[in-house]
Design a protein. Structure first.
Length: 417
């Protein structure tokens, strides 16, 4: 009977935690639409609108470590509850920001919201891998991430219909009311989920694994960074996230500039298609990893994206937009694959610390849109996409060379001696 109860509680935990993947996917899907919406309604430049991603992903960088510390003291459930609370607070702060039409108040609201998402990601990703046998961990996290993709797809559809369908500055009050309505609705859902997590007893990772993790203690940052493939993996993740966020932040700008007659709201629908391509790329490619090296697939996909970034500067019309959509297919496997390559052969007592650093590396997404915006304001949006080519090039090198652990064995023999 005890095993059956335990199995049931694990299934409940899996379902609840999977909803979190959807929620932060929805938030990210809305973010890039808000970028263009603020340009239209508040009259800001592309460079200034890039500060939205800076605030959002800066929240990830700032809060990943505190989130992991909370999890160590109060468990994964404690970290998730804190994340949901901050998510709801940030969403509700959209109300005063939209009332006064203040871009900088929006930045503050999105920063707090993102701190909540950082806590959710820092805790939900490793927790979902603990809800069952180790050999099925990759399957579980890919199932959960598929719901993240659904959220990312729905976000641009909502934003395109309610935000970008209103002409530039024609009725800013109506636009801001729609923004309020969406984020108040999100806050209501998050609060309901928060109450549910408070009421439901969830198994902790140490309970599922028999307490093995707790017995091993916690490793140091010095130990962790002595692993070469992890150091380079954290850098690869930084550059990849910079490229992914940059590609999404100015997707709508690029589309309307290169496809004559395309409206902002229609471009938002094409962004939704790009996110479907992102989801499809993961679904199609994951089975291939059973036959071919994951690192080599990642390297091939990344070099293809290098060439796509170059082609975006010499093509026009629908071809250019579909090329940009294709880039999302080829970036789809990057985050989980880099994550896996980075932490392979790292001792169990270092994995939680490694996870928090990988989440912190998401700060790459805070930096790239600002520089892309500056380039776009002066030379056009296509030129901004050239900045992404070196990012994909580094991921390519890491895939073929940097993720090798052959040198690490010798290094660690010296470290341990």
């Amino acid at each position: 009977m005890e095993n059956k109860i335990s199995s049931k509680s694990i299934k409940i935990a899996f379902c609840l935690v999977t909803t979190l993947f959807f929620l932060w996917g929805l938030s990210y899907g809305l973010l890039d639409v808000m970028n263009k919406n603020f340009q239209n309604q508040l009259g800001i430049t592309k460079a200034t609108s890039g500060l939205l991603q800076a605030a959002y992903f800066g929240g990830y960088f700032v809060f990943a470590t505190p989130a992991s510390l909370v999890a160590k003291k109060y468990g994964f459930k404690g970290g998730i509850i804190m994340g949901l609370f901050l998510y709801a607070v940030g969403a509700l702060l959209i109300i005063p920001a939209s009332n006064v039409h203040s871009f900088y108040m929006f930045l503050g609201a999105f920063f707090i919201l993102a701190c909540g998402l950082a806590s959710l990601e820092t805790n939900a990703n490793p927790y979902i891998t603990k809800l069952g046998h180790d050999e099925d961990a990759a399957f579980r996290i890919n199932v959960a991430q598929s719901f993240n993709g659904v959220g990312q797809f729905i976000g641009p559809i909502i934003g395109g219909s309610l935000f970008l369908s209103i002409a530039n500055g024609s009725d800013i009050a109506a636009n801001m009311r729609n923004v309020q309505m969406v984020y108040v609705g999100i806050a209501a859902i998050v609060i309901c989920l928060l109450i549910t997590f408070l009421a439901v007893k969830l198994p902790e990772g140490s309970e599922i694994s028999g307490g093995e993790d707790a017995a091993k203690g916690s490793g140091t940052y010095g130990q962790l960074f002595s692993y070469r493939h992890f150091r380079l993996g954290a850098m690869a993740q930084f550059f990849y996230i910079a490229a992914q966020v940059g590609a999404g932040a100015f997707f709508i700008n690029y589309s309307v500039e290169h496809w004559h007659g395309l409206s902002d709201s229609k471009a938002a629908y094409f962004f939704g298609i790009a996110l479907i391509a992102f989801m499809a790329g993961r679904i199609v490619t994951t089975p291939l990893m059973k036959k071919f090296s994951a690192s080599k697939i990642l390297g091939i996909y990344s070099i293809i994206n290098v060439f796509i970034m170059l082609l975006l500067n010499i093509t026009s019309g629908s071809v250019s937009v579909f090329l940009l959509i294709a880039s999302f297919f080829f970036m789809s496997i990057s985050f989980p694959t880099i994550f896996a390559l980075s932490i392979v052969h790292i001792p169990e007592n270092l994995v939680k610390t490694a996870s928090s650093i990988i989440i912190m590396s998401i700060v790459g997404g805070a930096i790239m849109p600002f520089f892309m915006g500056h380039v776009a304001d002066n030379f056009g949006t296509a030129a901004g996409y050239l900045l992404l080519a070196p990012c994909y090039l580094f991921v390519t090198w890491y895939s073929f060379k940097g993720c090798s652990i052959e040198l690490d064995a010798a290094e660690h023999h010296q470290v341990e001696v």
